[in-house]
Design a protein around this ligand. Structure first.
Ligand code: ATP
Ligand code: MG
Length: 442
């Protein structure tokens, strides 16, 4: 991609309406454009990042045996009346009438719809467990949409649902998602802590929120620092192994302000291990048994007996994660952003010195670009005649983790290669390629 041909509407300054760094940077880089309160269009730079996050989320869901479906954004009110949530959900639900005067709604979540799909398709306990997920837009008419795409009204969410025969099996499904969330956030280079959570309006008996630490987060959190040392790498997708994994985490006190009990915190965690800070919720998982299957009469047959299926639901805020990654990786003071390679909009920036009368460096840049692209590295080449230091500043904000700088009299055999945050060095183009490739494995 040539920067001059790209649709990346950069701004000179941060727009004044933005209060937190992710919102500021996303607007300044032209990643998103607000269309009305809490509703955004995603422009190429932002959309590329979100799509890469979505793909990592998808791969980790598939690895635990979850199957992808796609449910519509618009739902009928009938199923919500059946579950009893149509009235309860309140004003966050966007309610619409169609031309036949039927009540429809823009889905804020999909427990009812997926339960309806399940009950019409699965009759025997032998088909259990079932883990289904989709990645789809949601609408919640938030009272105070704010912080850009962090708390907006229309947002992109992965939501999964599990169906099991017994509580014990359902806990196994729950733990599979627990593991897949840890793996997903690790691939995004985020350290997300699972915190025992209130079950809230979705209701139920078991719940964890996955929170990443950030000064600008909306949730206040209280945790035992030792939870950061737990390592999930060696746990297998087996019942006993996953039970152990959850215990490893659950032994450490970690709650949000909704659940804090100061006395318990002080009793369970000695002063030196206490951490009180703020965080961003990036995922939330629930187990709620037959809360929906019972009112919606969703059961399987086992030995002539009717058993209501036991369900859980599992959300990840895919669009919110774009902002969360900026909160975690943007050094606002020095104006340096660095995306994890796995989700960066481009993998390598080629920044050429150029003036109207001297295009030698651009010609060299094009050679570098072709070579990298032939080797499956996504590149963007700045071919504008803006001054070199302006270009460097701009790319430090865009956050592409690797840069190749091509000055006035480029060396024929070596390029100036830089990983953001480190000093540049002169290496062969092959060497640069191999370095980028080694960082891409994830
Ligand atoms: P919150 O406590 O932040 O309001 P929630 O508990 O209502 O979130 P869930 O129903 O658990 O959210 O949704 C799953 C995930 O979707 C959340 O963990 C979050 O990452 C994301 N999400 C929820 N609401 C929004 C929103 N208004 N804007 C962007 N992402 C959201
Ligand atoms: Mg929540």
């Amino acid at each position: 991609m040539f920067l001059s041909k790209s649709f990346i509407p950069l701004l000179k300054n941060y727009p004044s309406e933005a209060k937190i760094k992710s919102h500021k940077l996303m607007l300044r880089l032209g990643m998103i454009k607000q269309s009305s309160a809490g509703i955004y269009s995603w422009l190429p730079l932002g959309f590329k990042v979100m799509k890469k996050i979505e793909q990592i989320v998808r791969e980790e869901q598939n690895k635990i045996g979850a199957q992808e479906i796609l449910m519509p954004t618009i739902q009928s009110s009938e199923i919500w009346k059946e579950s009893g949530r149509y009235e309860d959900y309140g004003e966050e639900m966007l309610r619409i009438k169609d031309r036949q005067n039927r009540e429809i709604l823009y889905g804020p979540t999909n427990e009812e719809l997926v339960t309806d799909i399940f009950r019409n398709s699965i009759k025997s306990y032998k088909s259990l467990p079932q883990l289904l997920y989709h990645i789809q837009w949601k609408f919640r008419d938030e009272l105070r949409p704010r912080f850009g795409i962090m708390r907006c009204r229309e947002f992109f969410m992965k939501d999964a649902y599990s169906f099991d025969l017994s509580d014990d099996d359902a806990e196994f499904s729950y733990n599979k998602f627990f593991l897949s969330y840890l793996k997903t956030f690790k691939r995004l280079e985020l350290s997300a802590i699972p915190m025992t959570a209130e079950t809230g309006p979705i209701g139920g008996s078991l719940s964890h929120e996955f929170i990443i630490l950030a000064e600008t987060g909306e949730s206040k959190i209280y945790t035992d620092k030792r939870i950061f040392d737990v390592n999930h790498d060696n746990y297998k997708l087996e019942k006993e192994s996953l039970k152990k994994l959850r215990l490893e985490y659950d032994q450490f006190y970690a709650v949000t302000d909704e659940k804090i009990d100061n006395k318990e915190f002080n009793n369970k965690v000695d002063k030196k291990n206490q951490l009180e800070t703020k965080g961003i919720e990036v995922g939330h998982i629930f187990y709620f048994g037959d809360k929906y299957s019972k009112p919606m009469n969703t059961a399987v047959d086992k030995d002539g007996k009717k058993i209501f299926v036991k369900m859980g639901s599992y959300g990840i805020g895919v669009s919110r994660l774009v902002g969360a990654l900026i909160e975690a990786n943007f050094d606002e003071k020095n104006e340096v952003m660095k995306w994890p390679v796995s989700v960066s909009p481009f993998e390598c920036a080629i920044i050429c010195f150029a003036s109207k009368n001297d295009t030698t460096s651009i010609e060299m840049g094009i050679k570098v670009k072709n070579f990298l692209e032939q080797n499956n590295i996504e590149t963007v080449l700045d071919d504008s005649d803006e001054n070199f230091s302006g270009k460097l500043k701009k790319f430090n904000l865009i956050g592409i983790p690797f840069q190749i700088l091509i000055g006035k009299n480029p060396d024929k055999n070596k390029v100036e290669f830089k990983e953001v945050g480190n000093d540049s060095k002169m290496i062969s183009l092959e060497g640069a390629l191999n370095f980028i490739k080694s960082k891409k494995i994830n």
